[in-house]
Design a protein around this ligand. Sequence first.
Ligand SMILES: [Fe+2]
Length: 558
Amino acid sequence: MNVLGINSVYHESAAALLVDGKLVAAAEEERFNRIKHGKQADFDNPHQLPERAIRYCLNQGKLTAADIDHFAYSFDPKVRRKRYRPEWWDPRNEETFRLRLGQVPAAIEDLLGRSIGHRLHFVSHHLAHAASAYFPSGFDRAAVLTIDGIGETAGSSLAKAVDTRIQTVETFEYPHSIGFLWEIFSGYLGFSHYDASKVMGLAAYGDPEVFRQQFLSIMRADEVNYGVAREYLGVHPDRFARMEAIFGPPREEHDEILPRHADMAAALQAATDAAVMAAVRRVKRRVPFDNLCLAGGVALNCVTNEVVRRSGEFSNVFIPSAPHDAGTAIGAAFVVHCAKQKRPPQRGNSTPYLGPAFTRRDILAAVKSAGLRARRSRSPARQAAEMIADGRIVAWFQGRMEFGPRALGNRSLLADPRRPDMRDILNQKVKHREDFRPFAPSVLAEYADQWFEVGEHCASHEFMLFACGVKPDRRDLIPAVLHRDGSARVQIVSRKSNPRFHELISCFFADTGVPLVVNTSFNDSEPIVCTPTDAIVTFRKSGIDALFMDDLFLTARP
Ligand SMILES: [Fe+2]
């Protein structure tokens, strides 16, 4: 049985394919259409499908449109209709949204050139999030916590998963949305609504005490309460008014970043840690298992994730590589598989390497059409490691593209973590990011504990989802990946999960005695590269020193 999962209701449009319960492909539309997040979240476009991601999934599964038995869409219009309140936002927008959702079946039929009849299933958004974490976790039972901007109408959901059943035990409806609060604060601090990661980076420079009291009135989270105050949120134009009264005028995009901006970010981070921990304790009381799965965009907050992991409320914590909306394409497909099949789906396959790979012939063709000549390396890992140790920025393009927002060694830019100036060099030559944003390390699994306070290793450590402390005696040795608060957003690399990347870091370790490299996504203010041509374009327009694709490499002219 073939199930195609689709997410396009808001943003992070994506598709995923399950063949007999086995996840064979998943990809985000932004990698193909080269528009960040695939599309804007808008009332007017939930029928705008991730067309190229869908085509990729079919190709990867060697299937045609006629082979798809079921389609799973990660949003349920019926649930929305039942729970929507007209006072929340303009009913005309809601009407448009419903009309567009009604066009989803026709959009699929147009795209695939076939009728789909009753084969399309609308899956509740938070159920899809929960499934995207639970089935890959490999747990046979777990508490599941989903926290995002909004599902149909809920901002957080608590669920109990046993065998193949996921049952919602409690939901917190709009406006109780931590995800929205981050979007609004991102805007207020002069970033785009999608720039929660910038706010997170900035938080390390602020003092959470300065605005702690103010945040107590914005986010309530304790034994009894869990919620966000309505006045700060919502889809209405004067949403900054209340914040302005408390925090002063919003920052404009090119304004200087002041200490009060960092203090606000720090207070938001601290309030989020407390709120998520309140939700974690709450779900533990309702579902007293040892295992916790986290999903939803808020589960990309690596600082909060570490607080949850260290709390010990649950012995085991799993977060998928794509906890944000893209992951719901996978989750919706799992839910439909379980509903239609007596057999359970494959569990415990959490690999993020679910995107397209390219053959040597594809790579050579891309190099040739760019008018370049690639050289062959006898040992790409060794050669790349030597260049990195020599201070070069190396683009490492290997195997299948990652699913999720982090580059995990297959579409990565790599650099030397020992150099204090490497952050500036990366920013000047390629990334053009704000200087308060940290770069992350990828460390050999065998040595992770000697360098970082990782605790017990878990599968999600391979997805760069936890901000761990750097061991105090190692901090001076790796300034390029050390964040202001002494932490680093570590990716643990095992030989099993990514042998080529593991080999490269091993070579770097042999040369330098340091078992880690700087790993940042292979892009420059654009979606992460997907194809060899994307890689060559970004390589040429930026200051990357060398590009390795399989055993072929290009070097920049001096
Ligand atoms: Fe979501």
